[in-house]
Write a protein that binds this ligand. Structure first.
Ligand code: ZN
Length: 201
């Protein structure tokens, strides 16, 4: 345990910051010092933003997204294509797809992927709710935007089986060469997947 260099209030701030993803103890100290130096411009607005967000956060009862209202902003946006639902493991994936403006559709957040080794089964994920949504007659396509990992693909197969009775097309993201990627640097699995998923020009 390093020796405390400041009073318990500041040490506590550093400890909490160090728990944020991407921040170790060193960067947490740097961040704390930055906040303290910018008390008026940054620390006070941040403290108030954290408190307000705390009070207002809601999990969307339709899709599982995080927002300050339920149904969320995405679900209530009537300019979105109602016929497609993009299935993601986590809210971070939803935000990433929205950032890329990849598709103007709605989402369904599973809350993770099936992982027998970690004891995550179907009952731990929002799968029943997805199946129910897929039976809505306005829904025509379920797009599985899951990680290209063993757990992600196991989950994709499991969901595909469950959706056989629903009148929807089930698709998944393509696997292959990343945009700007050079073939020589790709691993064998990616190259094989890209070759299998080749498309006509
Ligand atoms: Zn929603």
């Amino acid at each position: 345990m390093p020796k405390a260099v400041a009073g318990p209030e500041i040490e506590r701030l550093i400890q909490l910051l160090a728990r944020l993803p991407g921040l170790g103890p060193r960067s947490a100290r740097r961040a704390a010092l930055h906040l303290i130096k910018k008390r008026e411009q940054l620390m006070a607005p941040l403290a108030s933003a954290v408190t307000t967000a705390m009070e207002k956060i809601e999990i969307c009862r339709v899709c599982g997204n995080i927002d300050t209202k339920s149904p969320c902003t995405v679900c209530t946006d009537d300019k979105r294509d109602q016929s497609m639902i993009v299935v993601v493991a986590d809210v971070a994936d939803l935000w990433a797809l929205e950032r890329a403006a990849a598709l103007n559709a709605r989402y369904h957040v599973l809350g993770g992927t099936l992982s027998p080794l970690d004891g995550v089964g179907p009952q731990d994920l929002s799968i029943d709710a997805l199946v129910a949504r897929a039976h809505d007659t306005t829904v025509k396509e379920i797009i599985l935007a899951l990680n290209a990992t063993v757990d992600g693909q196991t989950t994709a197969h499991y969901i595909t089986d469950l959706l056989r009775d629903a009148n929807v097309a089930v698709t998944r993201l393509a696997h292959g060469v990343p945009v700007g990627g050079e073939l020589d640097y790709l691993d064998d699995g990616t190259l094989t997947a890209a070759m299998r998923a080749r498309t006509p020009l």
